[in-house]
Design a protein around this ligand. Structure first.
Ligand code: NAD
Ligand code: UGA
Length: 462
Protein backbone atom coordinates (compact mmCIF):
# COMPACT_ATOMS: atom_id res chain seq x y z
CA UNK A 1 0.00 0.00 0.00
CA UNK A 2 1.31 3.46 -0.98
CA UNK A 3 1.09 5.74 2.07
CA UNK A 4 0.56 9.37 1.16
CA UNK A 5 2.56 11.77 3.34
CA UNK A 6 2.63 14.92 1.23
CA UNK A 7 -0.08 16.39 -0.95
CA UNK A 8 0.08 19.32 -3.34
CA UNK A 9 -3.14 20.88 -4.58
CA UNK A 10 -2.84 23.18 -7.60
CA UNK A 11 -5.64 25.74 -7.46
CA UNK A 12 -6.69 27.55 -4.27
CA UNK A 13 -10.25 28.30 -5.38
CA UNK A 14 -13.73 27.38 -4.19
CA UNK A 15 -12.86 23.67 -4.49
CA UNK A 16 -9.13 23.48 -3.76
CA UNK A 17 -9.24 25.55 -0.54
CA UNK A 18 -12.18 23.91 1.27
CA UNK A 19 -11.36 20.38 0.05
CA UNK A 20 -7.78 20.52 1.27
CA UNK A 21 -8.89 22.13 4.54
CA UNK A 22 -11.13 19.13 5.23
CA UNK A 23 -8.44 16.61 4.25
CA UNK A 24 -6.02 18.45 6.56
CA UNK A 25 -8.55 18.33 9.39
CA UNK A 26 -9.02 14.56 9.19
CA UNK A 27 -5.47 13.59 8.19
CA UNK A 28 -3.11 15.32 10.64
CA UNK A 29 -0.21 13.18 9.43
CA UNK A 30 -0.42 14.43 5.86
CA UNK A 31 1.31 17.70 4.98
CA UNK A 32 -0.68 19.67 2.41
CA UNK A 33 0.48 22.55 0.24
CA UNK A 34 -2.21 24.44 -1.66
CA UNK A 35 -0.61 26.49 -4.43
CA UNK A 36 -1.91 29.06 -6.85
CA UNK A 37 -0.54 31.50 -9.43
CA UNK A 38 -2.85 34.16 -8.01
CA UNK A 39 -0.82 35.82 -5.24
CA UNK A 40 -3.71 37.95 -4.01
CA UNK A 41 -5.77 34.81 -3.44
CA UNK A 42 -2.95 33.07 -1.57
CA UNK A 43 -2.43 36.17 0.58
CA UNK A 44 -6.14 36.11 1.46
CA UNK A 45 -5.93 32.44 2.44
CA UNK A 46 -3.04 33.39 4.72
CA UNK A 47 -4.82 36.41 6.21
CA UNK A 48 -5.00 36.34 10.00
CA UNK A 49 -8.41 37.96 9.78
CA UNK A 50 -10.50 34.89 8.93
CA UNK A 51 -13.37 37.04 7.66
CA UNK A 52 -11.07 37.91 4.74
CA UNK A 53 -10.66 34.37 3.37
CA UNK A 54 -11.24 34.42 -0.40
CA UNK A 55 -14.10 31.93 -0.14
CA UNK A 56 -17.07 32.44 2.15
CA UNK A 57 -18.26 29.05 3.42
CA UNK A 58 -20.00 28.36 6.72
CA UNK A 59 -17.65 26.30 8.94
CA UNK A 60 -14.53 27.01 6.85
CA UNK A 61 -12.87 29.66 9.08
CA UNK A 62 -12.96 27.32 12.09
CA UNK A 63 -11.17 24.57 10.16
CA UNK A 64 -8.63 26.97 8.67
CA UNK A 65 -7.89 28.31 12.14
CA UNK A 66 -7.23 24.80 13.42
CA UNK A 67 -5.03 23.46 10.60
CA UNK A 68 -3.39 26.38 8.79
CA UNK A 69 0.31 26.53 9.49
CA UNK A 70 0.16 23.09 11.04
CA UNK A 71 -0.46 20.64 8.19
CA UNK A 72 -2.15 22.99 5.72
CA UNK A 73 -0.14 25.65 3.90
CA UNK A 74 -1.01 28.15 1.16
CA UNK A 75 1.72 29.41 -1.14
CA UNK A 76 2.66 30.47 -4.65
CA UNK A 77 5.67 28.14 -4.68
CA UNK A 78 4.44 25.52 -7.13
CA UNK A 79 7.87 24.05 -7.75
CA UNK A 80 8.64 23.01 -4.19
CA UNK A 81 5.09 21.82 -3.57
CA UNK A 82 5.05 19.56 -6.64
CA UNK A 83 8.61 18.32 -6.10
CA UNK A 84 7.85 17.11 -2.60
CA UNK A 85 4.41 15.64 -3.21
CA UNK A 86 3.39 11.97 -3.39
CA UNK A 87 0.00 13.05 -4.68
CA UNK A 88 -0.94 16.16 -6.72
CA UNK A 89 -4.54 17.32 -7.05
CA UNK A 90 -5.39 19.44 -10.09
CA UNK A 91 -8.14 21.77 -8.94
CA UNK A 92 -7.92 24.60 -11.42
CA UNK A 93 -10.64 26.41 -13.32
CA UNK A 94 -12.09 24.81 -16.47
CA UNK A 95 -14.36 27.47 -17.99
CA UNK A 96 -16.05 27.36 -21.38
CA UNK A 97 -13.80 28.13 -24.35
CA UNK A 98 -14.37 31.65 -25.64
CA UNK A 99 -12.96 31.25 -29.16
CA UNK A 100 -11.88 28.66 -31.68
CA UNK A 101 -13.18 25.12 -32.15
CA UNK A 102 -15.90 24.33 -29.62
CA UNK A 103 -16.19 27.99 -28.54
CA UNK A 104 -19.18 28.49 -26.24
CA UNK A 105 -19.47 24.80 -25.43
CA UNK A 106 -16.28 22.86 -24.83
CA UNK A 107 -14.00 23.40 -21.83
CA UNK A 108 -10.94 25.59 -22.04
CA UNK A 109 -8.26 23.21 -20.83
CA UNK A 110 -5.32 25.60 -20.94
CA UNK A 111 -4.97 25.69 -17.14
CA UNK A 112 -5.23 21.92 -16.79
CA UNK A 113 -2.67 21.40 -19.52
CA UNK A 114 -0.33 23.92 -17.87
CA UNK A 115 -0.59 21.93 -14.64
CA UNK A 116 0.17 18.64 -16.38
CA UNK A 117 3.24 20.15 -18.03
CA UNK A 118 4.50 21.55 -14.73
CA UNK A 119 3.95 18.28 -12.89
CA UNK A 120 5.65 16.39 -15.69
CA UNK A 121 8.69 18.63 -15.47
CA UNK A 122 8.96 19.06 -11.72
CA UNK A 123 7.71 15.86 -10.05
CA UNK A 124 10.20 13.42 -8.57
CA UNK A 125 9.73 9.67 -8.05
CA UNK A 126 6.27 8.18 -8.30
CA UNK A 127 3.48 10.78 -8.28
CA UNK A 128 -0.24 10.14 -8.22
CA UNK A 129 -2.01 12.88 -10.19
CA UNK A 130 -5.64 13.39 -9.25
CA UNK A 131 -8.15 15.21 -11.46
CA UNK A 132 -10.28 17.20 -9.02
CA UNK A 133 -11.42 19.75 -11.61
CA UNK A 134 -14.51 18.85 -13.62
CA UNK A 135 -13.25 17.76 -17.01
CA UNK A 136 -14.50 16.61 -20.40
CA UNK A 137 -14.59 12.82 -20.75
CA UNK A 138 -11.19 11.40 -21.78
CA UNK A 139 -9.15 14.33 -20.40
CA UNK A 140 -7.22 11.82 -18.29
CA UNK A 141 -5.79 10.51 -21.59
CA UNK A 142 -4.49 14.01 -22.45
CA UNK A 143 -3.01 14.43 -18.98
CA UNK A 144 -1.30 11.05 -19.20
CA UNK A 145 0.15 11.84 -22.61
CA UNK A 146 1.62 15.11 -21.33
CA UNK A 147 2.94 13.56 -18.12
CA UNK A 148 4.62 10.65 -19.86
CA UNK A 149 6.04 12.78 -22.69
CA UNK A 150 8.70 14.18 -20.40
CA UNK A 151 12.21 13.62 -21.63
CA UNK A 152 13.95 13.87 -18.34
CA UNK A 153 16.71 11.26 -18.51
CA UNK A 154 18.23 12.50 -15.26
CA UNK A 155 15.36 11.02 -13.29
CA UNK A 156 14.58 7.52 -14.47
CA UNK A 157 12.53 6.92 -11.34
CA UNK A 158 9.88 9.42 -12.42
CA UNK A 159 6.48 7.76 -12.92
CA UNK A 160 2.83 8.72 -12.73
CA UNK A 161 -0.63 7.33 -12.08
CA UNK A 162 -3.66 9.40 -13.08
CA UNK A 163 -6.92 9.22 -11.14
CA UNK A 164 -10.24 10.98 -11.55
CA UNK A 165 -11.80 12.10 -8.27
CA UNK A 166 -14.51 14.64 -9.14
CA UNK A 167 -15.87 16.94 -6.49
CA UNK A 168 -19.60 17.08 -5.74
CA UNK A 169 -19.66 19.84 -3.11
CA UNK A 170 -22.12 22.69 -3.52
CA UNK A 171 -21.15 26.22 -2.52
CA UNK A 172 -22.66 27.41 0.73
CA UNK A 173 -22.70 23.84 2.08
CA UNK A 174 -19.17 22.88 1.01
CA UNK A 175 -17.91 21.84 4.45
CA UNK A 176 -20.97 19.75 5.21
CA UNK A 177 -20.80 18.16 1.75
CA UNK A 178 -17.10 17.39 2.15
CA UNK A 179 -17.44 16.03 5.66
CA UNK A 180 -20.43 13.80 4.91
CA UNK A 181 -20.52 13.21 1.18
CA UNK A 182 -23.20 11.04 -0.49
CA UNK A 183 -20.34 9.29 -2.26
CA UNK A 184 -16.68 9.66 -3.14
CA UNK A 185 -15.91 8.68 -6.70
CA UNK A 186 -12.48 7.39 -7.66
CA UNK A 187 -11.85 6.48 -11.28
CA UNK A 188 -8.61 4.91 -12.39
CA UNK A 189 -6.62 2.07 -13.87
CA UNK A 190 -3.96 1.65 -11.20
CA UNK A 191 -5.54 -0.14 -8.23
CA UNK A 192 -2.68 0.72 -5.87
CA UNK A 193 -3.07 4.43 -6.56
CA UNK A 194 -6.85 4.17 -6.18
CA UNK A 195 -6.41 2.44 -2.82
CA UNK A 196 -3.96 5.14 -1.68
CA UNK A 197 -6.54 7.85 -2.38
CA UNK A 198 -9.30 5.78 -0.80
CA UNK A 199 -7.14 5.42 2.30
CA UNK A 200 -7.15 9.21 2.72
CA UNK A 201 -10.95 9.43 2.54
CA UNK A 202 -11.35 6.47 4.90
CA UNK A 203 -10.19 8.79 7.69
CA UNK A 204 -13.72 10.22 7.75
CA UNK A 205 -15.85 8.57 5.03
CA UNK A 206 -17.23 5.05 5.37
CA UNK A 207 -16.07 2.32 3.01
CA UNK A 208 -19.43 1.75 1.31
CA UNK A 209 -19.59 5.37 0.18
CA UNK A 210 -16.36 5.12 -1.80
CA UNK A 211 -16.99 4.02 -5.38
CA UNK A 212 -14.35 2.72 -7.79
CA UNK A 213 -14.96 3.05 -11.55
CA UNK A 214 -12.91 3.30 -14.68
CA UNK A 215 -11.54 6.74 -15.59
CA UNK A 216 -14.14 7.55 -18.24
CA UNK A 217 -17.13 6.58 -16.08
CA UNK A 218 -15.81 8.82 -13.33
CA UNK A 219 -15.34 11.81 -15.65
CA UNK A 220 -18.76 11.25 -17.26
CA UNK A 221 -20.55 10.72 -13.93
CA UNK A 222 -19.56 14.19 -12.76
CA UNK A 223 -20.92 15.87 -15.91
CA UNK A 224 -24.06 13.70 -15.76
CA UNK A 225 -24.75 14.45 -12.08
CA UNK A 226 -24.62 18.19 -12.73
CA UNK A 227 -26.75 17.82 -15.86
CA UNK A 228 -29.42 15.87 -13.93
CA UNK A 229 -29.48 18.45 -11.13
CA UNK A 230 -29.76 21.35 -13.57
CA UNK A 231 -32.44 19.51 -15.51
CA UNK A 232 -34.62 19.33 -12.39
CA UNK A 233 -34.31 23.10 -11.95
CA UNK A 234 -35.25 23.79 -15.56
CA UNK A 235 -38.16 21.37 -15.19
CA UNK A 236 -39.56 23.06 -12.10
CA UNK A 237 -38.90 26.53 -13.56
CA UNK A 238 -40.87 25.61 -16.68
CA UNK A 239 -43.75 24.50 -14.45
CA UNK A 240 -43.52 27.78 -12.48
CA UNK A 241 -44.54 29.65 -15.63
CA UNK A 242 -47.55 27.35 -16.10
CA UNK A 243 -48.55 28.02 -12.48
CA UNK A 244 -48.56 31.77 -13.06
CA UNK A 245 -51.03 31.54 -15.94
CA UNK A 246 -53.31 28.85 -14.53
CA UNK A 247 -53.71 29.90 -10.90
CA UNK A 248 -51.65 27.01 -9.53
CA UNK A 249 -48.87 27.58 -7.01
CA UNK A 250 -45.37 26.24 -7.66
CA UNK A 251 -44.64 25.58 -3.99
CA UNK A 252 -47.74 23.42 -3.69
CA UNK A 253 -46.98 21.64 -6.97
CA UNK A 254 -43.32 21.02 -6.03
CA UNK A 255 -44.39 19.64 -2.67
CA UNK A 256 -46.97 17.31 -4.21
CA UNK A 257 -44.60 16.11 -6.93
CA UNK A 258 -41.63 15.73 -4.60
CA UNK A 259 -43.55 13.58 -2.11
CA UNK A 260 -43.25 10.73 -4.60
CA UNK A 261 -40.18 8.91 -3.30
CA UNK A 262 -39.17 8.02 -6.84
CA UNK A 263 -38.91 11.74 -7.63
CA UNK A 264 -37.74 13.07 -4.26
CA UNK A 265 -38.16 16.56 -2.85
CA UNK A 266 -34.65 17.98 -3.40
CA UNK A 267 -33.80 20.46 -6.14
CA UNK A 268 -37.42 21.34 -6.85
CA UNK A 269 -37.21 24.97 -5.83
CA UNK A 270 -38.26 27.28 -8.64
CA UNK A 271 -36.13 30.40 -8.93
CA UNK A 272 -34.64 33.03 -11.20
CA UNK A 273 -32.63 30.37 -13.14
CA UNK A 274 -29.65 28.33 -12.03
CA UNK A 275 -26.32 30.09 -11.74
CA UNK A 276 -22.92 29.06 -10.45
CA UNK A 277 -19.76 28.36 -12.35
CA UNK A 278 -20.59 24.79 -13.28
CA UNK A 279 -24.11 23.79 -14.32
CA UNK A 280 -24.17 25.62 -17.63
CA UNK A 281 -20.58 24.80 -18.49
CA UNK A 282 -20.94 21.12 -17.63
CA UNK A 283 -24.15 20.66 -19.62
CA UNK A 284 -22.64 22.45 -22.59
CA UNK A 285 -19.69 20.13 -22.27
CA UNK A 286 -22.06 17.19 -22.51
CA UNK A 287 -23.70 18.83 -25.52
CA UNK A 288 -20.32 19.25 -27.20
CA UNK A 289 -19.33 15.67 -26.43
CA UNK A 290 -22.61 14.36 -27.85
CA UNK A 291 -22.23 16.38 -31.04
CA UNK A 292 -18.62 15.25 -31.39
CA UNK A 293 -19.76 11.63 -31.37
CA UNK A 294 -22.63 12.36 -33.79
CA UNK A 295 -25.33 12.05 -31.10
CA UNK A 296 -27.24 15.12 -32.24
CA UNK A 297 -30.56 14.23 -30.56
CA UNK A 298 -28.78 13.76 -27.25
CA UNK A 299 -27.10 17.14 -27.70
CA UNK A 300 -30.42 18.84 -28.48
CA UNK A 301 -32.07 17.23 -25.44
CA UNK A 302 -29.50 18.65 -23.00
CA UNK A 303 -29.25 21.98 -24.78
CA UNK A 304 -32.91 22.60 -23.95
CA UNK A 305 -32.10 22.58 -20.21
CA UNK A 306 -29.81 25.57 -20.79
CA UNK A 307 -32.32 27.26 -23.14
CA UNK A 308 -35.03 27.16 -20.45
CA UNK A 309 -32.55 28.67 -18.02
CA UNK A 310 -31.97 31.71 -20.27
CA UNK A 311 -35.70 31.98 -20.87
CA UNK A 312 -36.45 31.99 -17.14
CA UNK A 313 -34.10 34.93 -16.47
CA UNK A 314 -35.48 36.79 -19.43
CA UNK A 315 -39.11 36.31 -18.60
CA UNK A 316 -38.52 37.62 -15.05
CA UNK A 317 -37.04 40.81 -16.45
CA UNK A 318 -39.99 41.13 -18.84
CA UNK A 319 -42.48 40.66 -15.96
CA UNK A 320 -40.76 43.50 -14.09
CA UNK A 321 -40.88 45.89 -17.04
CA UNK A 322 -44.50 44.98 -17.79
CA UNK A 323 -45.64 45.74 -14.23
CA UNK A 324 -43.73 49.02 -14.07
CA UNK A 325 -45.86 50.36 -16.94
CA UNK A 326 -43.39 49.27 -19.65
CA UNK A 327 -41.02 52.09 -18.76
CA UNK A 328 -38.00 52.09 -16.46
CA UNK A 329 -36.65 55.57 -17.18
CA UNK A 330 -36.41 57.63 -13.97
CA UNK A 331 -37.23 54.53 -11.94
CA UNK A 332 -35.11 53.31 -9.04
CA UNK A 333 -35.07 49.59 -8.39
CA UNK A 334 -33.61 47.88 -5.32
CA UNK A 335 -31.83 44.60 -6.07
CA UNK A 336 -31.74 42.31 -3.05
CA UNK A 337 -29.04 39.70 -3.52
CA UNK A 338 -26.37 39.38 -6.18
CA UNK A 339 -24.82 35.98 -5.31
CA UNK A 340 -26.02 33.03 -7.43
CA UNK A 341 -27.47 31.46 -4.27
CA UNK A 342 -27.48 32.17 -0.54
CA UNK A 343 -24.47 31.52 1.73
CA UNK A 344 -21.82 32.20 -0.87
CA UNK A 345 -19.93 35.26 -2.08
CA UNK A 346 -19.69 33.77 -5.59
CA UNK A 347 -21.44 35.57 -8.46
CA UNK A 348 -20.31 33.42 -11.36
CA UNK A 349 -23.23 32.98 -13.79
CA UNK A 350 -25.52 34.55 -11.20
CA UNK A 351 -28.94 35.28 -12.74
CA UNK A 352 -28.60 38.69 -11.06
CA UNK A 353 -26.02 39.69 -13.68
CA UNK A 354 -28.28 39.28 -16.73
CA UNK A 355 -31.37 40.58 -14.96
CA UNK A 356 -29.55 43.71 -13.73
CA UNK A 357 -28.02 44.35 -17.16
CA UNK A 358 -31.43 44.11 -18.81
CA UNK A 359 -33.04 46.44 -16.28
CA UNK A 360 -30.26 49.00 -16.71
CA UNK A 361 -30.59 48.78 -20.48
CA UNK A 362 -34.27 49.67 -20.04
CA UNK A 363 -33.21 52.87 -18.28
CA UNK A 364 -33.54 51.90 -14.60
CA UNK A 365 -31.14 53.01 -11.86
CA UNK A 366 -30.28 50.10 -9.58
CA UNK A 367 -29.39 50.06 -5.90
CA UNK A 368 -27.74 46.74 -5.15
CA UNK A 369 -27.36 44.90 -1.88
CA UNK A 370 -25.84 41.55 -0.92
CA UNK A 371 -24.66 40.22 2.43
CA UNK A 372 -21.43 38.66 1.13
CA UNK A 373 -20.73 39.81 -2.43
CA UNK A 374 -18.28 42.72 -2.56
CA UNK A 375 -18.81 45.92 -4.52
CA UNK A 376 -15.68 45.01 -6.47
CA UNK A 377 -17.25 41.74 -7.69
CA UNK A 378 -20.43 43.52 -8.75
CA UNK A 379 -18.39 46.15 -10.58
CA UNK A 380 -16.56 43.40 -12.47
CA UNK A 381 -19.81 41.69 -13.43
CA UNK A 382 -21.44 44.93 -14.58
CA UNK A 383 -18.29 46.41 -16.11
CA UNK A 384 -19.86 46.72 -19.57
CA UNK A 385 -22.40 49.22 -18.20
CA UNK A 386 -22.28 52.88 -17.23
CA UNK A 387 -20.96 53.09 -13.65
CA UNK A 388 -23.62 55.69 -12.85
CA UNK A 389 -26.43 53.24 -13.61
CA UNK A 390 -26.03 51.31 -10.37
CA UNK A 391 -24.85 51.77 -6.83
CA UNK A 392 -23.87 49.26 -4.16
CA UNK A 393 -24.97 49.97 -0.58
CA UNK A 394 -24.05 47.77 2.38
CA UNK A 395 -27.23 48.47 4.33
CA UNK A 396 -30.34 46.77 3.01
CA UNK A 397 -32.71 49.51 4.21
CA UNK A 398 -30.65 52.21 2.45
CA UNK A 399 -31.01 50.27 -0.78
CA UNK A 400 -34.79 50.19 -0.60
CA UNK A 401 -35.23 53.87 0.36
CA UNK A 402 -37.22 55.92 -2.19
CA UNK A 403 -37.29 53.17 -4.80
CA UNK A 404 -40.16 52.19 -7.12
CA UNK A 405 -39.61 48.46 -6.86
CA UNK A 406 -37.56 45.75 -5.24
CA UNK A 407 -36.37 42.51 -6.83
CA UNK A 408 -35.29 39.65 -4.56
CA UNK A 409 -32.75 37.59 -6.48
CA UNK A 410 -30.87 35.70 -3.74
CA UNK A 411 -32.66 33.83 -0.96
CA UNK A 412 -30.64 35.26 1.96
CA UNK A 413 -32.49 34.33 5.16
CA UNK A 414 -32.34 37.90 6.45
CA UNK A 415 -34.49 39.13 3.54
CA UNK A 416 -37.37 37.06 4.95
CA UNK A 417 -37.18 39.01 8.20
CA UNK A 418 -37.11 42.60 6.93
CA UNK A 419 -39.13 45.23 8.75
CA UNK A 420 -41.82 45.71 6.10
CA UNK A 421 -43.71 48.34 8.06
CA UNK A 422 -40.57 50.46 8.20
CA UNK A 423 -39.98 49.88 4.48
CA UNK A 424 -43.55 50.84 3.63
CA UNK A 425 -42.92 54.34 5.00
CA UNK A 426 -39.96 55.06 2.75
CA UNK A 427 -40.76 53.81 -0.74
CA UNK A 428 -42.34 55.47 -3.74
CA UNK A 429 -45.90 54.46 -4.64
CA UNK A 430 -47.10 52.39 -6.37
CA UNK A 431 -44.39 50.03 -5.08
CA UNK A 432 -43.76 46.59 -6.53
CA UNK A 433 -41.98 43.66 -4.89
CA UNK A 434 -40.71 40.95 -7.27
CA UNK A 435 -39.98 37.84 -5.26
CA UNK A 436 -38.15 35.48 -7.61
CA UNK A 437 -37.23 33.10 -4.77
CA UNK A 438 -40.74 32.76 -3.28
CA UNK A 439 -39.52 33.61 0.22
CA UNK A 440 -42.07 36.26 1.22
CA UNK A 441 -45.57 36.03 2.66
CA UNK A 442 -47.72 37.56 -0.03
CA UNK A 443 -50.85 38.23 2.06
CA UNK A 444 -48.93 40.09 4.76
CA UNK A 445 -47.26 42.35 2.22
CA UNK A 446 -50.45 43.04 0.29
CA UNK A 447 -52.06 44.13 3.55
CA UNK A 448 -49.33 46.76 3.87
CA UNK A 449 -50.29 48.13 0.45
CA UNK A 450 -47.46 46.61 -1.56
CA UNK A 451 -47.98 45.09 -4.99
CA UNK A 452 -46.25 41.76 -5.16
CA UNK A 453 -45.32 39.42 -7.99
CA UNK A 454 -44.07 36.07 -6.78
CA UNK A 455 -42.50 33.55 -9.10
CA UNK A 456 -44.79 30.60 -9.78
CA UNK A 457 -47.63 32.02 -7.71
CA UNK A 458 -50.83 31.86 -9.73
CA UNK A 459 -52.60 34.22 -7.40
CA UNK A 460 -50.70 36.92 -9.33
CA UNK A 461 -53.50 36.71 -11.91
CA UNK A 462 -55.53 39.81 -11.33
P1 NAD B 1 -11.66 28.80 -9.05
O1 NAD B 1 -11.59 29.66 -10.25
O2 NAD B 1 -12.30 29.32 -7.80
O3 NAD B 1 -10.19 28.33 -8.64
C1 NAD B 1 -9.25 27.86 -9.54
C2 NAD B 1 -7.88 28.40 -9.15
O4 NAD B 1 -6.89 27.76 -9.95
C3 NAD B 1 -7.71 29.90 -9.37
O5 NAD B 1 -7.40 30.53 -8.14
C4 NAD B 1 -6.54 30.00 -10.37
O6 NAD B 1 -5.70 31.10 -10.15
C5 NAD B 1 -5.82 28.69 -10.14
N1 NAD B 1 -4.98 28.26 -11.26
C6 NAD B 1 -5.29 28.17 -12.58
N2 NAD B 1 -4.25 27.70 -13.28
C7 NAD B 1 -3.25 27.48 -12.40
C8 NAD B 1 -1.92 26.98 -12.54
N3 NAD B 1 -1.42 26.60 -13.71
N4 NAD B 1 -1.16 26.91 -11.43
C9 NAD B 1 -1.66 27.30 -10.22
N5 NAD B 1 -2.90 27.75 -10.04
C10 NAD B 1 -3.70 27.84 -11.12
O7 NAD B 1 -12.38 27.46 -9.51
P2 NAD B 1 -13.24 26.44 -8.60
O8 NAD B 1 -14.62 26.96 -8.42
O9 NAD B 1 -12.44 26.06 -7.41
O10 NAD B 1 -13.34 25.20 -9.60
C11 NAD B 1 -12.23 24.39 -9.88
C12 NAD B 1 -12.73 23.17 -10.63
O11 NAD B 1 -13.61 22.42 -9.80
C13 NAD B 1 -13.50 23.47 -11.92
O12 NAD B 1 -13.20 22.47 -12.85
C14 NAD B 1 -14.95 23.32 -11.49
O13 NAD B 1 -15.77 22.92 -12.57
C15 NAD B 1 -14.87 22.22 -10.45
N6 NAD B 1 -15.92 22.24 -9.42
C16 NAD B 1 -16.30 23.42 -8.85
C17 NAD B 1 -17.24 23.42 -7.82
C18 NAD B 1 -17.69 24.70 -7.17
O14 NAD B 1 -18.61 24.65 -6.37
N7 NAD B 1 -17.10 25.84 -7.44
C19 NAD B 1 -17.77 22.21 -7.36
C20 NAD B 1 -17.35 21.02 -7.95
C21 NAD B 1 -16.41 21.05 -8.97
C1 UGA C 1 -23.68 22.44 -7.95
C2 UGA C 1 -24.00 21.01 -7.50
O1 UGA C 1 -25.08 21.04 -6.57
C3 UGA C 1 -22.78 20.35 -6.86
O2 UGA C 1 -23.07 18.98 -6.54
C4 UGA C 1 -21.60 20.42 -7.82
O3 UGA C 1 -20.44 19.87 -7.23
C5 UGA C 1 -21.34 21.85 -8.20
O4 UGA C 1 -22.54 22.42 -8.80
C6 UGA C 1 -20.26 22.00 -9.23
O5 UGA C 1 -19.92 21.08 -9.92
O6 UGA C 1 -19.83 23.16 -9.32
P1 UGA C 1 -23.53 24.80 -6.75
O7 UGA C 1 -23.56 25.33 -8.14
O8 UGA C 1 -22.49 25.29 -5.83
O9 UGA C 1 -23.40 23.21 -6.78
O10 UGA C 1 -24.92 25.09 -6.03
P2 UGA C 1 -26.39 24.46 -6.15
O11 UGA C 1 -26.95 24.37 -4.80
O12 UGA C 1 -26.41 23.24 -6.97
O13 UGA C 1 -27.17 25.61 -6.91
C7 UGA C 1 -26.92 25.90 -8.27
C8 UGA C 1 -27.96 26.90 -8.76
O14 UGA C 1 -29.23 26.29 -8.85
C9 UGA C 1 -28.15 28.12 -7.85
O15 UGA C 1 -28.30 29.27 -8.65
C10 UGA C 1 -29.41 27.80 -7.08
O16 UGA C 1 -30.11 28.94 -6.66
C11 UGA C 1 -30.19 27.04 -8.13
N1 UGA C 1 -31.18 26.11 -7.55
C12 UGA C 1 -30.78 25.04 -6.82
C13 UGA C 1 -32.53 26.33 -7.78
O17 UGA C 1 -32.92 27.29 -8.47
N2 UGA C 1 -33.43 25.44 -7.26
C14 UGA C 1 -33.06 24.37 -6.52
O18 UGA C 1 -33.96 23.61 -6.08
C15 UGA C 1 -31.70 24.17 -6.30
Amino acid sequence: MIAIKKICCIGAGYVGGPTMAVIAKYCPNIQIQVVDINKERIDSWNNNDLSKLPVFEPGLPEIIKAVRGSNLHFSTNLVDAIKNADMVFISVNTPIKKSGIGAGQSSDLRWVEACARQISKIALGHTIVVEKSTLPVRTAKTIKEILFATNDNSNKEKSFSVLSNPEFLAEGTAIKDLESPDRVLIGGEDLEAMLALKDIYLNWVTDEKIIFTNLWSSELSKLSANAFLAQRISSINSISAICEVTGANIQEVANAVGRDKRIGDKFLKAGPAFGGSCFKKDILNLVYLSKYYGLDQVAEYWEKVVDINYWQKNRIYEEIVKRLFGNLFDKKIAILGFAFKANTNDTRESPAIDICKNLINEGASLLIHDYKVSEKSIAKDLSSLDVNSWEYLPNVYDVIMETDAMVILTEWDAYKKLDWERISLHVRRPFWIFDTRSILEVDKLENLGFNIWQLGNGSNIK
